[in-house]
Design a protein around this ligand. Structure first.
Ligand SMILES: NC(=O)C1=CN([C@@H]2O[C@H](COP(=O)(O)OP(=O)(O)OC[C@H]3O[C@@H](n4cnc5c(N)ncnc54)[C@H](OP(=O)(O)O)[C@@H]3O)[C@@H](O)[C@H]2O)C=CC1
Ligand SMILES: CC(C)(CO)C(=O)C(=O)O
Length: 326
């Protein structure tokens, strides 16, 4: 049995595929959400091309762990993770924790707080927005990458309509983190992926922020796998000189919708805390450990954190480039 905690954009997307395929799934619900979930009566996922996916409402549970829970699938934001761990108490033997969180902090956090319980990463390669109770919008192909090591979980995910890739250890999480460095650029300029990958100033900013991060990750000998069929040097050239080609390739590979935007754009619009510390901040922390600062990523963290404290003001791509000294 899988229990899913976090019925937001990612959680509803995963739950819709799993429930529609008849996989054993329970949905954790807090008292504040029960009436709205029951009223929704089913899961509904709008999809970029093709019909919406409707799936039966999984059993709702107010316990994170039931006697038969084998996997706890965590789809909250990082800021809510400690609260979930606190509510877990002492997990029984046989339970595995599965983190869908962006960044690379969730697994070490789970390992520190729950050292006896195995935790593995399910890297989310799709993009989705939360539309309402048990209702989300998918704006890409429904792809995920599961770290090697749990074939039972893999068999529950495969065949559900989700495309399930493989990763050795955490190399997919680090590769995905590199892509997520653009979330802050999107949040500050309120840009779509199409803008981020076709507007010249935004492409230049992303190329510089990515290069700063790749240099530090390689200097620290961290294994990473970019989720694209190109090595970083070639992708950088594409960003700098490929014109709209970068956008067209991303569109072809990921099935991105024209209007899709990074999840941090929604966070800023909704006035929620962002995960910028777990994304660009991770590169800043790595730079500190290496005594090789990462000033572009540090400035992005500062700018996004300033946004969190004030009402969102959109920077133009040119203003952001100048603010970063590029
Ligand atoms: N959206 C996307 O396209 C992608 C997101 N990700 C990552 O996936 C993770 C989840 O993101 P996303 O789905 O967008 O976030 P959302 O904010 O849409 O969803 C998180 C959900 O978790 C709920 N939640 C928080 N605390 C608890 C709790 N203690 N118990 C039960 N539910 C809880 C929230 O409810 P409430 O707000 O009512 O507290 C909210 O519905 C993040 O790390 C994100 O970076 C990764 C790839 C793509
Ligand atoms: C990969 C990307 C950028 C899109 O899903 C994402 O992880 C996010 O929006 O947070």
């Amino acid at each position: 049995m899988i229990t899913l905690v976090g019925a937001g954009a990612v959680g509803i997307t995963l739950a819709s595929y799993l429930a529609a395929a008849g996989r054993p799934l329970r949905l954790y619900v807090r008292a504040k959400d029960r009436a709205a979930f029951e009223q929704a009566g089913r899961l509904r996922l709008e999809r970029p091309r093709g019909a919406a996916l409707e799936a039966p409402l999984p059993t709702l549970t107010e316990r994170l762990l039931d006697a038969d829970t084998r996997y706890l699938l965590i789809a909250t934001k990082f800021g809510a993770l400690d609260g979930v761990i606190d509510a877990l108490g002492t997990p029984p033997p046989g339970l595995s924790l599965v983190s869908t969180l962006n960044g690379v902090r969730a697994l070490p956090r789970l390992g520190e707080r729950l050292p006896q319980t195995p935790a593995l990463a399910l890297t989310i390669m799709f993009n989705a927005q939360h539309l309402g109770p048990l209702h989300a919008q998918l704006t890409t192909k429904p792809a995920v990458i599961l770290a090697d090591g749990d074939e039972q979980l893999r068999s529950l995910l495969e065949g559900s309509g989700l495309a399930v890739g493989r990763s050795r250890g955490e190399e997919a999480c680090w590769g995905k983190l590199l892509i997520n460095l653009a979330n802050a650029i999107g949040a500050l300029t309120q840009s779509t992926f199409r803008d981020l990958l076709s507007e010249p100033d935004l492409r230049r900013i992303f190329a510089a922020v990515l290069e700063e991060a790749v240099d530090r990750i390689e200097a620290a000998n961290i294994a990473y796998k970019l989720p694209m069929p190109l090595p970083h040097a070639a992708y950088r050239q594409l960003l700098l000189r490929g014109g709209p080609l970068t956008w067209w390739l991303a569109r072809l590979k990921n099935g991105l919708d024209d209007g899709a935007y990074p999840s941090m754009v929604s966070d800023v619009r909704a006035g929620r805390a962002t995960e910028v510390r777990q994304l660009n901040g991770e590169i800043v922390a790595l730079g500190e450990r290496l005594s090789w600062p990462a000033p572009l990523n540090a400035r992005l963290v500062e700018l996004v954190e300033a946004l969190e404290l004030s009402s969102p003001a959109r920077l133009s791509p040119d203003e952001l480039r100048r603010q970063l000294g590029l």
